[in-house]
Design a protein around this ligand. Structure first.
Ligand SMILES: [Zn+2]
Length: 194
């Protein structure tokens, strides 16, 4: 997943490579970054905004933000959430950020976020909502300063393992699965030098 790119890069790459994106701000306004599929990008941007917003205001999201603070880290300000063609077929989402602010984006490239989530849920044999939680926590991990894939997945596997140790039943099962996903992805990231 793409990290550490400035918001300006997003706009530039949109116009240079004929990609495009739509970003929703907190006031509900939509910014078009050279999108050539405005309807679908808008629809996907609104959906991603709702998912990220719901997570951030949920008990789970509040707990995750506290955990980030406990690690001595600070989230950059998430100023918008959007969707677009991010130039990489295989990625589900990305964060475009600098040291103070970031925009979380879902990737379209001909496949909706829901379709990508379904495929991943099948691959990892978990519920779709578990993948949504993974994807959002992953991008927020980057937003908390874990810039490489390997350091971010390590951080996530520790967080999910901790959650598994303080929950029971189905909730615990979910976090055991999430910790295993992050651990596998950490190994893959190290192998790939990411
Ligand atoms: Zn990533």
């Amino acid at each position: 997943m793409i990290t550490n790119m400035s918001l300006e890069n997003l706009v530039n790459s949109s116009s240079q490579h004929n990609m495009g994106a739509v970003v929703q701000r907190h006031d509900g306004s939509l910014e078009n970054h050279a999108s050539d599929k405005r309807n679908v990008h808008e629809r996907e941007a609104k959906q991603m905004y709702e998912l990220v917003d719901a997570y951030l205001h949920s008990e789970i999201g509040e707990g995750f933000k506290e955990y980030i603070t406990e690690q001595g880290k600070e989230l950059v300000d998430i100023v918008g959430v959007g969707a677009g063609d991010l130039g990489h077929e295989g990625i589900v989402a990305a964060i475009y950020m600098n040291d103070v602010e970031g925009v979380i984006m879902s990737n379209y490239e001909g496949q909706t976020f829901s379709e990508r989530v379904k495929a991943l849920a099948k691959e990892y044999d978990v519920k779709e909502e578990t993948i949504v939680e993974y994807v959002i926590a992953h991008e927020l991990g980057h937003a908390a300063g874990y810039k490489t894939e390997a350091t971010n997945e390590k951080f996530l596997s520790e967080y999910f393992s901790k959650q598994a140790s303080v929950t029971n039943g189905k909730e615990r099962e979910k976090y055991v699965s999430l910790a295993a996903i992050a651990q596998k992805r950490e190994v893959d990231a190290i192998k790939a030098g990411k």
